[in-house]
Design a protein around this ligand. Structure first.
Ligand SMILES: C[S@@+](CC[C@H](N)C(=O)[O-])C[C@H]1O[C@@H](n2cnc3c(N)ncnc32)[C@H](O)[C@@H]1O
Length: 257
């Protein structure tokens, strides 16, 4: 009899060949983008600008990688920072459980989230700082591709061993490619650099009339160039084949060496 995990592999393989289901998912992605479907969710009461499927995928990745540092570009209302901090807290609780320690030892954890945003709005910053997860969060204000911020992030990351990165700021080719060049080297082996909004490439031209990104200028075009030149990363296709509904098709980059 097959084990449940083997059955998952078979199911994902079947789904990845199911043209009807893939077409429905792709239609859902293009139809749901314009009414701003992803702006309607919260994590622990902070708006998180993500599709629920991607949040669940991040939960699986974080639980598997067990990072001690998550670096995120693009804070907005702080929902993804709070989500990452809450996942790191759950990992701390799991550590206590495995080491048969009580949760008083949570304070010993060094796991942290570092968020970077060019414009951390005052009201968002206040809400993030007053949140119960804030003790795990640090924030830097400035462009994620400025020399100053890149240096600060590298200094911050020096004392961490397992690093996961999420890129979700400006979605132009130039910006995301510069972020990949600046930060991908920090990703630990077997961990991920998750590039959000690669979906822009697959949506009809004109979907973002008020944004500089579009079909030939977006995170997926940056990923393509980066992956062609950097063989220590692969695109983890299984994650997207499983999700079908994701803003990050070909955006889950796994460091393999
Ligand atoms: C899509 S939102 C981030 C959403 C957030 N990760 C979440 O899941 O809720 C994009 C954010 O990127 C920020 N941003 C835009 N350009 C940036 C840059 N050059 N450097 C850093 N952040 C930038 C914007 O200010 C905005 O808050």
């Amino acid at each position: 009899m097959k084990m449940f995990d083997e059955e998952i592999v078979d199911r994902i393989d079947a789904i990845s060949k199911n043209k009807k289901l893939i077409d429905i998912a792709n239609n859902f992605m293009s139809e749901s983008t314009i009414p701003k479907y992803c702006y309607n969710f919260k994590w622990q009461n902070r708006p998180i600008i993500q599709y629920p499927q991607d949040v669940l995928a991040m939960q699986e990745i974080i639980w598997k990688v067990k990072p001690d540092l998550i670096i995120e570009t693009g804070i907005a209302h702080g929902g993804s920072l709070i989500f990452s901090a809450s996942m790191l807290t759950l990992l701390d609780i799991q550590d206590c459980h495995e080491q048969k320690k009580d949760t008083l030892h949570l304070k010993e954890s060094k796991r942290r989230v570092l968020g970077i945003d060019i414009d951390i709005r005052k009201h968002n910053k206040e809400k993030i700082l007053e949140h119960s997860m804030s003790n795990k969060i640090d924030m830097l204000e400035g462009s994620s591709i400025s020399d100053e911020i890149i240096e600060k992030v590298h200094n911050y990351a020096e004392s961490y061993e397992k690093i996961l990165i999420c890129l979700d700021s400006n979605h132009t080719f130039d910006h995301v490619y510069s972020e990949l060049l600046a930060y991908a080297s920090l990703v630990s082996i077997d961990s991920y650099c998750v590039v959000f909004d690669t979906i822009v490439n697959d949506l009809p031209e004109g979907t973002y009339p008020d944004r500089p990104w579009g079909q030939n200028n977006n995170p997926k075009t940056a990923v393509k160039k980066f992956i062609a030149d950097n063989h220590n990363f692969i695109i983890d296709k299984d994650i997207c084949n499983k999700l079908l509904i994701t803003v990050s098709p070909d955006g889950f980059l796994k460091r393999v060496n």
